[in-house]
Design a protein around this ligand. Structure first.
Ligand code: NGQ
Ligand code: ZN
Length: 463
């Protein structure tokens, strides 16, 4: 049992000073005591907060961040650059990516996530096969590499192997660019069962599944795989991309007569184990029904802006009691404040109001955003995280409060200053399962991660 002492910390019922947190050898919090007066122990200066879950990641995309910003050739059909043209660039990027490279990119990304204050990640993992599209000898090869990268970096992971078998609604034939993603039910369940067998007793790892989208599966395949999953774990998380683009909504209507969220709510028992990624384009009725179902909205504002998706109806969803969390998705940036700030700013711009997600009178917007994202991220990752309390993982971050704009502030004002007014990253220390992985802003393996990543990027660009 080790004990950590913090000058100040955000506990479930608010801020407290002189907080001691005991951590058992397996990384779980024992006791949390406020106003304790440690004598011989080191008190960690700054403000401690639960570490943030990053509920949506495609790790490999970090290596192409920024490469999709050049406008494409003017096209005969007059279609502008869009999500769909970006997706072609992304598919091209997968032509040669090796398992070693996949692991190196994820390792560097996860080191950067920890430094940014994310202490766990839900990896929506869909590059399963080799560049020809044939499975590796070990079908779970690239999934294992991702879990290994998380272990090396020291971040908790919810690994979500992706079910992907079709190129569009109604079981359309996949395109060549999708060849590395494809599995039928049997091949997919082999991956899931291998991952369950290996990670059953590891408190840092949780396994779930991610049907990629309603475009990539048929209703039958979706049902079969969820039934099989329930044989392993009837509470395992299920994540799916949904209603991100208007073309997707239109194609779903043409296929089924229903919109994507409407279809899903009607055909699956969507509840708290589900995380609907993006869910950007919903009617009011869909928004209310999704909130009522308890599914988490997996919001990725930086990526959604980058890809030109649209703006999620966050105000209505929150008013209906909807639960949401944040992810950095394509990793166009790895910066928690961008996700939370842009979520709030998008809503301010639409509604022409301020403090729109504060959730009531005289509440700090920063605190409300941070706690909502902790809550949704915890549900989506399906691990005992997100709160500094007995029985949860000892995953926490410490903000350096010595420099402006945090200096001289306390309590919620620290969160408002960080999320709205900080340009530098004030995260100084990060603990995962009670183990310190970032000290004074430095991750012990950051130089190795940077050197290896640079070598991969040079190779990928030179071909
Ligand atoms: C993805 N990304 O799987 O990486 C997707 C694009 C698709 C986002 N949805 C591909 N942001 O949805 O077909
Ligand atoms: Zn995604």
């Amino acid at each position: 049992m080790t004990t950590l002492h913090f000058e100040t910390a955000l506990l479930p019922d608010g801020w407290a000073n002189n907080v001691s947190v005991t951590v058992s050898p397996d990384g779980t919090i024992g006791q949390v005591i406020a106003d304790s007066n440690p004598s011989e122990t080191v008190v960690i200066p700054g403000a401690a907060l639960p570490g943030m879950p990053n509920l949506h990641s495609h790790a490999f995309q970090r290596a192409m961040a920024g490469l999709g910003e050049v406008s494409g050739p003017a096209r005969d059909d007059g279609e502008p650059d869009s999500f769909w043209t970006w997706r072609q660039v992304m598919y091209g990027f997968l032509d040669a990516l090796t398992p070693d490279q996949i692991e190196t990119i994820a390792f560097k990304l996860y080191v950067d996530m920890l430094k940014a204050g994310y202490t766990s990640v839900a990896e929506f993992h869909y590059v399963h096969h080799n560049p020809d599209g044939a499975p590796y000898d070990d079908r779970a090869e690239t999934s294992r590499r991702t879990i290994a990268a998380a272990a090396r970096a020291g971040i908790g992971i919810t690994q979500l192997p992706v079910l992907y078998n079709h190129g569009g609604f109604g079981g359309q034939t996949p395109t060549d660019g999708q060849r590395r993603f494809l599995n039928n039910a049997d091949g997919f369940i082999q991956i899931v069962s291998a991952l369950y067998a290996e990670n059953a007793d590891n408190p840092h790892v949780r396994i779930g599944i991610a049907p990629h989208s309603l475009r990539a599966v048929t209703p039958e395949l979706l049902g079969d795989v969820i039934n099989a999953l329930n044989g392993f774990d009837a509470k395992a998380p299920i994540h799916i991309h949904i209603a991100e683009q208007m073309k997707e909504v239109d194609d779903c209507l043409a296929w089924s007569g229903q919109r994507p969220v409407e279809w899903l709510l009607d055909h699956q028992s969507v509840d708290e184990r589900w995380c609907l990624i993006h869910a950007t384009h919903m009617t009011d009725a869909e928004t209310d029904a999704m909130a009522k179902a308890g599914a988490v909205a997996g919001l990725c504002p930086a990526t959604e802006a980058n890809l030109g998706d649209g703006i999620f109806p966050a105000v209505r969803f929150a008013e209906q009691g909807g639960i949401w969390g944040i992810g950095s998705d394509s990793h166009i940036s790895v910066n928690m404040k961008e996700e939370l700030r842009w979520l709030e700013y998008g809503q301010r711009l639409i509604h022409r109001q301020r403090t729109v997600l504060a959730g009531g009178a005289e509440r700090s917007t920063g605190r409300a955003l941070y706690e909502a994202a902790l809550n949704g991220g915890t549900r989506a990752c399906a691990r005992p995280i997100g709160v500094l309390a007995e029985g949860r993982r000892a995953d926490l971050i410490v903000l350096n409060t010595e420099n402006t704009p945090l200096a001289g502030r306390s309590g919620d004002a620290l969160l408002d200053a960080w999320l709205f007014a900080c340009d530098a990253n004030p995260v100084s220390d990060v603990f995962v399962g009670g183990k310190q992985v970032v000290s004074d802003g430095i991750h012990a393996k950051q130089d190795k991660a940077e050197a290896d990543m640079r070598a991969v990027m040079e190779k990928l660009i030179s071909g």
